[in-house]
Design a protein around this ligand. Structure first.
Ligand code: TAP
Length: 500
């Protein structure tokens, strides 16, 4: 187990284990893999356990055995567990500091964001618990011909698969909901940001009956399919890329296991000619785009501005980007850290290179206090691409990095068509001072969530179901609906007067 009193430093690499059947344990083959700091790729941060297919089987069996007792609890009883977890997650200041520093060093994001993710996870536990009374109420239909009670039951063992980019917030969009619904869980964090999420999951699991929450880490190529195809898995909730989402759906088809898939996005923001464009608006655009170095599924990824306001938006947003300090996320003055890994960085830089080669104007903004660090780490400055052709990859594909193409439009109808001209449909935003016009446009956008005069994680309300149209996925997380996905409907009907 990790000694929480030690500092997170190169001399003290952290080591995280699996959590199965109420116990922290090494992988059965005793294997681990190393994680490095994306700001300083040569710097070792620690080792995570590298699970085997046998470990997956043990985790699923433990969850299966714990299921009947957990499912038999009332919603109020499960809500009490969830509220206790929410309190406990932030109770120990030294431990929160330890986990957020570790998170920062293994992931690259700035410290403020790691703290935001930690508190958001607790908030989402509390929110799920608050639905206890509503969940306990069955729907009733009076006859004739029959009286019907529509009840719901938990599905069983749920596999929760989490990506590296916003692992704690995303965990908060599926784990509390799965538990509240009465499921037991096996969670698989992503390889590239496994340790802080795993330590956080261990804390949560310790507060639950053994087997209710199990955690496996390691390479998806070794354990992914064993988890997804396991015959005792009754539901899969996956967040990640489109190709892996499709693969999981194919694997799940073997057992007809239902899936929720939250995949990528290529969110459009539409700035109308009547938008209020003050400093606050430019700051919200900046955060909506560049938070977590743009590695956010719901980030603003295509900015469409009415031609009459185009120069104003370019000037305002460029000015904000120029002030940002790029560097080590652990330093107070840093506004934006590195991209999480070399592969992601090369995807981003190749899109920028293509835009340059095809004649688009590219501006890399921001201040770099430590050029040596910048040269070695996986960094990309906040990058704005002015009026790129709509056919460029940086417009058509998800960048998942700190790059934003800015285009113009003439009419509302053109703006709506441009926003919807994408394989993705996760989020979108409309910026206007006319609320009726903004809402009317929002209703025509093919997206699971539309923000008004804002965009991205800081503008999101966790009570609204979240997920996407088209390639952005299937199903919804968060909100009341996010709990219902973890349950099966069960109708009970009888002669009039029997049930109601
Ligand atoms: P992926 O490569 O798809 O990985 C996501 C998770 O799936 C990781 O835990 C990964 O484990 C696991 N995985 C990979 N192959 C698997 C398999 N065969 N069976 C079971 N699990 C498997 O995505 P990523 O690179 O981590 O994240 C970036 C992508 O996720 C972006 O496209 C982004 O848009 C999307 N994303 C979407 C959302 C929403 S809400 N729609 C939110 C965040 C991210 P390993 O790490 O071991 O490979």
């Amino acid at each position: 187990m990790v000694d929480q009193t030690q500092s997170v430093s190169t001399e003290n690499p952290v080591e995280t284990q699996l959590y199965i059947a109420g116990e922290s344990r090494p992988a059965s083959a005793k294997d681990t893999y190393a994680l490095h700091n994306p700001a300083r790729p040569e710097e070792l941060v620690g080792y995570a356990a590298s699970a085997t297919a046998d470990d997956v089987d043990s985790a699923v069996k433990a969850a299966h055995e714990a299921f009947p007792a957990w499912a038999a609890l009332s919603y109020q009883e499960r809500a009490a567990y969830l509220n206790k977890i929410a309190d406990f997650l932030v109770a120990d200041e030294a431990d929160v500091k330890f986990r957020s520093h570790l998170f920062c060093r293994e992931h690259g994001k700035v410290l403020k964001e790691t703290m935001l993710e930690m508190s958001r996870l607790g908030d989402r536990f509390r929110l799920s618990a608050a639905y206890a009374e509503r969940l306990a109420t069955d729907e009733e239909l009076n006859g004739p011909p029959f009286d019907v009670v529509i009840t719901r039951q938990p599905r069983g063992v749920a596999a929760l698969i989490v990506p590296w980019n916003w692992p704690l917030s995303i965990l908060g969009a599926k784990l509390p909901q799965a538990l509240m619904a009465g499921n037991t869980c096996v969670v698989k964090p992503a390889q590239n940001s496994a340790m802080a999420p795993t330590l956080t999951l261990h804390k949560i699991a310790e507060l639950l009956p053994p087997g209710v929450l199990n955690v496996i880490t390691g390479s998806s190529s070794k354990i992914g399919d064993s988890l997804v195809k396991h015959s005792r898995i009754r539901f899969i909730n996956f967040t990640g890329s489109v190709p892996v989402g499709k693969h999981i759906m194919q694997m799940a088809a073997e057992n007809l296991t239902p899936v929720t898939l939250e995949l990528g996005g290529n969110d459009a923001a539409l700035v109308l000619e009547d938008a209020e464009l003050d400093q606050g608006a430019f700051m919200r655009m900046y955060l909506g785009t560049f938070m977590s170095s743009g590695q956010v599924c719901m980030a603003l990824k295509r900015l469409y501005v009415h031609h009459s306001r185009y120069d104003e938006v370019v000037d305002g947003l460029t000015a904000v980007c120029e002030k940002m300090v790029i560097g080590d996320g652990l330093l107070q003055e840093t506004n934006m850290g590195p991209v999480n890994n070399a592969k992601q960085l090369s995807i981003v830089t190749s899109m920028v290179a293509e835009a340059r080669a095809k004649g688009a104007e590219v501006r890399e903004c921001g201040q770099v206090p430590d050029e040596e660090l910048y040269a070695k780490g996986y960094f990309q400055k906040p990058t704005l691409i002015y009026k790129p052709d709509q056919s460029l990859r940086v417009v058509r594909e998800e960048q998942f990095g700190p790059v934003l193409p800015i285009m113009s439009f003439d009419t509302d109808a053109e703006a709506i068509a441009l926003a919807n001209d994408s394989n993705f449909g996760l989020c979108s935003s409309v910026w206007s001072q006319d609320k009726e016009r903004a809402v009317a446009i929002a209703r025509q956008l093919e997206a699971g969530y539309t923000y008004l005069n804002a965009h991205g994680p800081t503008a999101q309300d966790s009570r609204g179901p979240f997920g996407g149209f088209k390639d952005s996925g299937i199903g919804r997380n968060l909100g009341y609906e996010g709990i219902l996905q973890f349950q099966e409907y069960h109708s009970i009907s009888g002669p009039q007067g029997w049930l109601l």
